[in-house]
Design a protein around this ligand. Sequence first.
Ligand code: ADP
Length: 608
Amino acid sequence: MARTPAARTPAARTPAAPGAGTGSPPRPPRPLCELTGPVRSRLAVSVGLQTVAALAGVVPFIAVSEIAGRLTTGTPADGDTLWPLVALACAAGLLALACGTAAGALAHIADNDLQLALRRRLARHVGRLPLGRLTDRGTGEVKQAVQDDVSALHTLFAHTLLDVVAVLTAPVLALAYLFTVDWRLALVSVVPLLLGVLLFSRAMAGAAAQMAEFGAALGRISTAAVEFASGIAVFKSFGRGRKAHERFVDATEGFADFFSRWVRTTLVSSTAAVLVVAPAVVLLLLTVVGAVLVTQDWLTGAELVPFLLLGPAVAAPMGVVGPRIQQIRAGQAAAVRITQLLHAPTLPEPATPVLPDGHHVRLRGVTFSYDGRTDVLRDVDLDLAPGTVTALVGPSGSGKSTLASLLPRFHDVTAGTVTLGGADLRDIPATELYRRVGFVLQDVRLLRASVADNIRLGRPEATDEEVERCARAARIHDRVTALPDGYATELGTAVTLSGGEAQRLSIARALLADAPVLVLDEATAYADPHSEALIQDALSALAAGRTLLVIAHRLSTVRSADRIVVLEDGRVTEQGRHDDLVAAGGRYAALWDAQSSSTDDIREGSAR
Ligand code: ADP
């Protein structure tokens, strides 16, 4: 042993706790810049190519305008003056095509590499997060980042970026040329753009608040929908079918009201913004004003041509950038979420690794807080001697699951120490820890893989005989052989196991992994007494010779435990054997009485 737990001070620790990784890290300063680092130069080249493409795309219109001017000067135009312009237009058109294609291809290649690099980075990082972070909320967040957010970045970098560059560059050249032709009509051609910006900003005023309300209203509908779907059977069985969908109907009506109010207030200005920059409207405006200028001899007919050709392009950015703003915002929000996940603190690996000497688990002065403010566990001392069964009981929310989760280091303690074989858990390398501490949780996760591979998860090299032996001990072998392909049956596709069967399969998995210390969250609901009996048999097989910590939801498991620990409000208030605790007439005795006088299952809430 390199160091004894007593030799350390909590202050010497890296500040991973409280609840390492449970809170959201602060928003990174420039998430988009940070994420695009490896492909930024390629994105910059593709933006440059797109700029050239956009500018070159305007040249043919300028050439055509020049040709129109030369054809209408009165003197017959000869080939020498016209052909160079035609050649210029063709060359510029080809250049625009080539550069535009190259820009798109390069942006897609850069984006492809970015997606791969980001997904790899995320996978590496998520693999080093504390397991406690990967709760239901955490896994949703990971899925969102790896899948949806990376895709949102694809839209931003491979499409929106180039669209916006094109639509902002071309009008600049077009407008500069129009000013060289006639500054008065050039000014008129800017009017639709300015009006469009004004009307669009009015339509978007308060959009952030409205979007937030929009999201909240949609959230209310989906919550009500889930509630409706999952609760309908209960409501119906109590003859209150109408009640089941009341909340859903309220949520949808609320959404419809909000949406029509929003549409009514913005309808006029947003429609006007779209209309005022529409090519046909701009063309009409320039034709009418241009005709007046021509009749006043302020402009020649040939000079009007470039305005008719290029004028609509000047106002075009409004029509394109407006809708793209949403994509840009979505891309930014995705980048923030990805960087926040990438910045989430990982479980610190020990600087000087220590291997446990034996399997005695000792908690000393353990305090834990998820948020750094409220202590969920306070000053807990507990010993789990090798080969014993310890049951945790107590009211819901008293901290049983939290306490149990400290053993497989789902979280690090805020204060105090948890040691295994004399070594602080934080000093034991993760692979060594998981070889020694296993867990069977209520919410069993089965992989989309064969039954055998699901059992083999903790020890992939195990032989078929070993897998079968553990499946027999876990009382799941008979069910597996009844499956279409026995142990080779793929789970999660054609075959789905019941809750009790999945629990037994996870017990077989734990048996095969053979961790000497095991944390077990006893399932609360078994489908039927037969299934429950099988699970109890499987658990007995699992308990043999192991150090077991059971979160007990029913007292049937507790009675024979070597030690029962009563948790209340994060503190250990009683501990001992069943008979002694009943005789002591304290909290546990009250729990036991409550069980005896009601059902044979004591639910955790009855301790309140
Ligand atoms: P029990 O298992 O006895 O029902 P828990 O350990 O699940 O109790 O919860 C103890 C307290 O910690 C509760 O107040 C609960 O709301 C809180 N808690 C549990 N998990 C988390 C979490 N991931 N983040 C924040 N608070 C949590």
